[in-house]
Write a new protein. Structure first.
Length: 305
């Protein structure tokens, strides 16, 4: 995990903390305290068990629920706030999914998953290592995602006409199982597999701490163009842990473009900071290794891969 200068948590009146403003500006303990239900001073005791359909109806808003099985948000326009996801069974599903697997398409309207804790701790190591915390297109804001195989994955992302925000999240304690060269899993804190350009479409990835310190690490951010990928912005994130911190990769005839990377921090414990297998990013500015000194924690410059 990243090592940052320890400071005291400043808790405003009401017992709530603000969300992370930079993914790299907090200690590990502070970052976790500023995400998920912990930020609001909530625990499992404040949650009402959810016993409804695993396919959430369009336009629904669910708040302060305990989910013990995976759900699908494919109907769209759904808001999930201040909830705890702690599945005791998975049955081949990821914890939160947004894809319509009958048509391999994204929801017609934006989904929001906000201030939630998502954990695979109640499952066996083998089962939790196979899980993705959030799978598909949704705004993911202020969530604490841990003890799963991978954190947040964007795929099957067309056709939509809305922007997507991945903001102020912590992904940590990813779980490895087996030999990654064989039948074992591969761990990414954040990944994008396809995202085509279009009117109103852009993914903004800001203010997150993506930690991939685990045996089977691919890396903190892995962009792999299984379909073409366009219009992605990365700002104010900490890319942390094993593998490569930041990977841009073509896949067969598919590629990526319109990638903007500004003012992030890198803390590699594996292969290195950044690597690419295709074109250079369109913007690469003010990216540094994680330093020790506030306010910017900027160490050595990370060159464009």
């Amino acid at each position: 995990m990243a090592r940052r200068m320890q400071r005291n948590l400043m808790t405003p009146s009401g017992g709530q903390l603000g969300r992370m403003e930079q993914g790299w500006a907090y200690t590990d303990v502070e970052a976790q305290a500023r995400t998920g239900i912990a930020r609001l001073g909530l625990t499992i005791d404040d949650m009402t068990p959810y016993a409804g359909s695993d396919f959430i109806p369009a336009g629904a808003t669910l708040t302060r629920r305990l989910f013990t099985y995976p759900i699908n948000l494919r109907a769209g326009g759904i808001t999930i706030k201040e909830c705890l996801f702690r599945p005791t069974l998975a049955d081949g599903w990821n914890v939160i999914m947004s894809t319509d697997w009958d048509t391999s398409t994204a929801p017609p309207n934006r989904n929001v998953v906000q201030d939630c804790e998502i954990t695979g701790e109640a499952l066996t190591l083998q089962n939790r290592a196979q899980l993705l915390g959030v799978d598909g297109l949704a705004d993911v804001i202020g969530c604490d995602i841990h003890h799963v195989g991978s954190g947040i994955g964007i795929r099957m992302a067309a056709p939509t006409t809305y922007e997507t925000y991945i903001t102020s999240n912590v992904v940590r304690d990813l779980q490895s199982y087996g030999d990654p060269a064989g039948s074992g899993n591969h761990c990414d804190a954040f990944t994008i597999r396809d995202y085509t350009a279009g009117a109103g479409r852009h993914v903004y990835v800001r203010r997150n701490w993506f930690d991939c310190e685990t045996a089977n690490a691919s890396g903190a951010m892995f962009l792999q163009a299984q379909g073409n990928i366009r219009q992605i912005t990365f700002e104010y994130n900490l890319f942390d842990g094993g593998g490569w911190n930041f990977t841009l990769g073509d896949y067969g005839a598919n590629t990526y473009d319109d990638i903007f990377v500004n003012d992030n921090r890198f803390n590699p414990t594996g292969y290195g900071t950044a690597v690419r297998g295709g074109v250079a990013p369109d913007l690469w500015t003010n990216n540094y290794r994680l330093g020790a000194l506030p306010p910017n924690y900027a160490g050595a410059v990370v060159p464009m891969p």
